[in-house]
Design a protein. Sequence first.
Length: 106
Amino acid sequence: MSIAYQDRHGEWRTLRPDFLFFIDSAEGVQTNIVDPHGHWLPDAIWKLHGMARYAEVYGDRFHRIESISRIDGELRVLDFTVEDVRARVLEESDADFAYRRWSSSY
């Protein structure tokens, strides 16, 4: 699976989430996208923007769309199925701030 995103120069790049999990539910088989990606990495905010935009368009087709990072020793998750989280992350210019402000404990 690949998610397109633009880097800080506006060049198109590809994000390949590390995990796809499938669950069997009353609605049938559903997919979870989970991408652990360090908030300190230079491309982190751009990849978060890409995940948020992807979730805006395709989010209703997935059970979960999440990005995870360890902040101060604690795993934190950005849940891109939540409209407010997507909007807030898209306003951020730093992944560390995005996780500290809009994530929850994993």
